[in-house]
Design a protein around this ligand. Structure first.
Ligand code: G6P
Length: 612
């Protein structure tokens, strides 16, 4: 993963690089570093941990130079310690890297035999030495970079600077994204356009295999065969403002509270509330040219929370539109290479639009001739560019590593698409469409009401804090929601949590239940409420501590004194997964706050996972 930046400018660049890295910290925060060329000499500052540590290091020992590269790391090879922090140096070369060099062992052996000595455990250091070995052999810096890149296997976005060269950065992309930013007398390189937003909005995205040579006066691109290529200059709409937490203690809490508004924005993109009809629109706001009636099957692929949104979507597409849905996590899907239905469509869901496994799944489906649709939050992402139809979530930038508002916006899009599919396929008549649209229109109000139970949830979260393990149960669309609840709890509080379809409890997990085990049950009063209540009785009979999230009717009917009950507003079935997301997010959030973990940047995680 990791985020990379390069600037060839006409002012001191270290502070600018740090500014850009702040926007890339979502890609990893195990360590950070900057290298510059000043008076023809290479120098660097690196620091373990979050970017603030690097800022402190630079305040103590400033770094001059009008050209430089920077990095924020999510560790793959080697512990997250300073010696493994980028930039990595060889004799005359400094390199930052996002990705994994798969043949680094072979390269390391070869370069060690040539006399290079390695000071880190990273795969990246071999790139620096490889470029240096080309320089030693008499190649020019650009030629040495090309020759080294030719030898690399794996996934990489690279930025390279050279001792003695204060007007040259070489960049390369094979897999992870890389963008060139065009300034006036300055040129920039970055993992995404948002990183470069303070400097320029004129962006050129490298295509897979492209290499870039940047100088103050301009840049040129070649493909992997070193043939000159031209790529379109795009105007980025990414904001130069750094998001801030406002009055909230954490970005995550701010984003939880933004949900009523962003769900409303997102739904308005797909629904004509005046006419009470679906009106699907694409990324640019034009009517979406998608015909669900012609589809034989939908194949959904995603990772993490986005995958769980897709699982809720499967229930909706199958129930409302009788459209068969296959769904898998992208890391399995990409290597499983399943046969895909003729007349099928593949749907990819991603907040960042840059998740490596999901993009690999997309490439596979494209190569199989499938129509490609995506639900994406980052509209300038690789996924948005590579899809035939793009359905945006209008969640705005999500900074908290644990996804919240992106998830409920993904659900909002999926609900809209599933209803539209039901209409197009003849399973939803006009009256039903109007009813469903009126219900969707209530989603912002109900999510807002759900926020009112925060105090009660905070009190309950004391019961989870410090526990060894927590079980989440649900049926139907509340089963993926239970999975999302368990995922949120473990990623934020580091408490082990697992989710089961409530009916599956008796087939094994019930053995775990004792009086130390909290069990969170998500069960609005729906057609299968009673079934879930029976499963709860089974838990109660074994001493499990039940936290039930239900509505007033469910609370009245449950009749179990031993359960702690969180009473939600009485919401229509179609928006249940959206509204019930809030208590599970808040429960995980407050448990983590009690435990004192880093809510916005939990250990070992990154927001955008650009390695497989
Ligand atoms: C990471 C994030 C998750 C996210 C997942 C998929 O694991 O921490 O919050 O759900 O990646 O990311 P995407 O950007 O594809 O939605």
């Amino acid at each position: 993963m990791c985020g990379i930046v390069g600037i060839v400018g006409n002012r001191p660049v270290a502070p600018l690089i740090v500014d850009a890295l702040k926007r890339l910290e979502y890609r990893g925060y195990d360590s950070a570093g900057v290298a510059t060329v000043e008076a023809r000499e290479l120098d660097r500052r690196r620091a373990e941990g979050k970017l603030v540590n690097l800022e402190q290091r630079l305040a103590d020992q400033p770094l001059g130079g009008h050209i430089g590269i920077g990095h924020t790391r999510w560790a793959t090879h080697g512990a997250p310690v300073e010696v493994n922090a980028h930039p990595h140096f060889s004799d005359n070369v400094a390199v930052v890297h996002n990705g994994i060099i798969e043949n680094f062992r072979e390269l390391r052996d070869e370069l060690t035999a040539q006399g290079f000595s390695f000071s880190s455990q990273t795969d990246t250091e071999s790139v620096a030495h490889l470029v240096a070995s080309g320089l030693k052999a008499g190649l020019s810096p650009v030629e040495a970079a090309h020759a080294a890149i030719d030898r690399l296997r794996g996934a990489f976005a690279l930025a390279i600077v050279f001792r003695g060269e204060d007007d040259l950065i070489v960049g390369a992309r094979s897999g992870p994204p890389l963008a060139v930013g065009l300034g006036d007398g300055e040129m920039y390189l970055g993992s995404d356009a948002v990183a470069l937003a303070p400097f320029t909005n004129r962006i050129v995205y490298l295509e897979d295999g492209d290499r870039a040579v940047l100088r103050r006066s301009g840049f040129n691109l070649t493909d992997a065969d070193r043939k000159a290529v031209e790529r379109e200059v795009k105007i980025s709409v990414g904001s130069a403002l750094l998001a801030d937490k406002g009055n909230h203690r954490h970005f995550m809490l701010k984003e939880i509270y933004e949900q009523p508004e962003v769900i409303g924005h997102t739904l308005s993109h797909y629904v004509d509330f005046n006419e009470r009809r679906l009106a699907l629109r694409d990324l640019d706001g034009a009517p979406a040219g998608i015909d669900f009636a012609k589809l034989s099957r939908l194949t959904i692929t995603a990772c993490g929370t986005a995958y769980l949104a897709g699982m809720v979507g499967k229930y909706w597409f199958e129930r409302l539109a009788r459209l068969p849905v296959d769904i898998d996590v992208a890391s399995e899907f990409r290597y499983r290479e399943p046969p895909l239905s003729k007349d099928g469509m593949s749907l990819f869901i991603s907040q960042s639009g840059e998740t490596a496994d999901t993009l690999a799944g997309l490439s596979y489906c494209r190569s199989e001739g499938q129509a490609i649709a995506s639900i994406v939050n980052a509209r300038e992402s690789t996924m948005a560019r590579e899809s035939h139809s793009v359905f945006p979530t209008l969640a705005g930038p999500e900074i908290g590593v644990a996804s919240t508002k992106a998830f409920t916006c993904q659900l909002s899009v999926l609900a809209s698409l599933a209803i539209a599919a039901g209409v197009q396929r003849g399973y939803i008549d006009q009256a039903t469409e109007e009813r469903l649209v009126s219900e969707l229109a209530e989603a912002p109000r109900y999510t807002n009401e759900a926020l009112h139970i925060e105090e009660q949830i905070e009190a309950l979260s004391h019961r989870l804090a410090g526990k060894k393990s927590v079980l989440y149960l649900g049926r139907d669309t509340n089963y993926p929601l239970a999975m999302e609840g368990a995922l949120k709890l473990k990623e934020l509080s580091y408490i082990h949590a697992e989710a089961y379809a409530a009916g599956e409890l008796k087939h094994g997990p019930i053995a775990l239940i004792d009086d130390e085990m909290p069990v969170v049950v998500i069960a609005p009063h729906d057609r299968i409420f009673e079934k879930t209540v029976s499963n709860m009785q089974e838990v109660a009979a074994r001493g499990g501590q039940i936290i039930l999230i239900t509505d007033a009717k469910g609370a009245a009917e449950v009749g179990m004194d031993e359960a702690q009950v969180i009473v939600m507003p009485d919401v229509p079935e179609i928006i249940t997964p959206i509204a019930y997301s809030l208590p599970i997010q808040l429960l995980a959030y407050h448990t983590a706050v009690h435990m004192g973990t880093d809510v916005d940047q939990p250990r070992n995680l990154a927001k955008s996972v650009t390695v497989e």
